[in-house]
Design a protein around this ligand. Structure first.
Ligand code: URA
Length: 232
C-alpha cells in the first residue's frame, strides 16, 4: 500500500505540490471513484488510478471483447452456474464485465480493467445504444415499431425509453436500446406478443461484434477504444 499523492508523483504526474491541486480538483479516480485526499492509501497492484480518465502507473488499460456463448451467466463468481470469467484466459481474470448479458443471450460482451470506462459504458445517462438481433414468435408490425419508438410500458409497469425495432422478416428483428433493465429486450418483445427464442448482441456504441467466432475473445486496440467507446 502507498499514498495516492506519492503514487501520482512516481507515475510522473508532477511534484507533490503540483499533484495536490490536481487531486483537490477531482481529476483523480481510484477504481472509478473520485478521491480528493492525497493521503489515501492505495494498492497499485490491485487498483486502477486514473488521471482525467486515463489509467496511470503502467497499469495498461485493457478492453477485451468476447463473443459470449449461451449457458454462461455474467457474474465474476457463482456457486452453481458457469460464469463468463471461465471463458477468459488467466491474464484477463482481473477484468470486470461491462454490463450484463443473460445466461441464454449470446454475442458482444466487453471486459475492462478501467473503472472509469466501465462506469461510463454502463451509466444510463450516457445512453449508449446497444443493438440486438432477435428471433421471435410472430412478425413485428408497423404498430410494434411505433410502440417501441414511443416508449413501451412493460406488464409490471416498467417504463422503457424510446427504442428501435427493425423487422428483418418473419420472426426476426433488430432491436436498439439505450438502457439495460433486467431482461429488457425479451420483456419488451413479450409485451408486444413476440416471445424471443434467440437473442444476440451485435453492437455496443459504434463497436461491432463482426466475425469474432462464438466463445472467442480479442483485445481492443487503444485506437478502437478511443474511436468506439470514448470519442464516438
Ligand atoms: N435484453 C435481454 O433481454 N437480455 C439480454 O441479455 C440483454 C438485453
Amino acid at each position: 500500500m502507498e499514498r495516492l499523492d506519492k503514487f501520482l508523483c512516481d507515475s510522473g504526474v508532477g511534484t507533490r505540490s503540483q499533484v495536490k491541486p490536481i487531486i483537490k480538483a477531482g481529476r483523480v479516480t481510484v477504481d472509478g471513484a473520485v478521491v480528493r485526499d492525497g493521503s489515501m492509501k492505495i494498492n497499485p497492484e490491485a487498483q486502477t488510478v486514473c488521471l482525467d480518465g486515463n489509467p496511470l502507473g503502467g497499469h495498461r488499460r485493457l478492453v477485451v471483447m468476447l463473443n459470449k456463448p449461451a449457458g454462461y451467466i455474467t457474474a465474476t463468481e457463482d456457486p452453481v452456474e458457469k460464469t463468463v470469467m471461465e471463458l477468459l484466459p488467466a491474464q484477463y481474470r482481473d477484468l470486470k464485465p461491462v454490463g450484463r448479458l443473460d445466461k441464454a443471450t449470446e454475442g458482444l460482451l466487453l471486459f475492462t480493467n478501467d473503472g472509469d470506462l466501465l462506469h461510463k459504458l454502463i451509466s444510463p445517462k450516457k445512453e449508449i445504444p446497444k443493438v440486438y438481433y432477435a428471433r421471435h414468435e410472430g412478425t413485428a408490425s408497423p404498430e410494434d415499431v411505433e410502440a417501441f419508438r414511443a416508449g413501451l410500458t412493460l406488464r409490471d409497469g416498467t417504463v422503457c425509453r424510446s427504442a428501435g425495432l427493425e423487422p428483418l422478416g418473419a420472426g426476426e428483428s433488430l432491436i436498439t436500446v439505450c438502457e439495460g433493465k433486467y431482461h429488457q429486450v425479451r420483456r419488451m418483445m413479450a409485451s408486444r406478443g413476440m416471445h424471443v427464442t434467440y437473442l444476440e448482441r451485435r453492437k455496443e456504441g459504434t463497436l461491432e461484434l463482426g466475425d469474432l467466432p462464438r466463445g472467442q475473445l480479442r483485445e481492443l486496440t487503444e485506437e478502437e477504444i478511443l474511436a468506439h467507446l470514448i470519442d464516438f
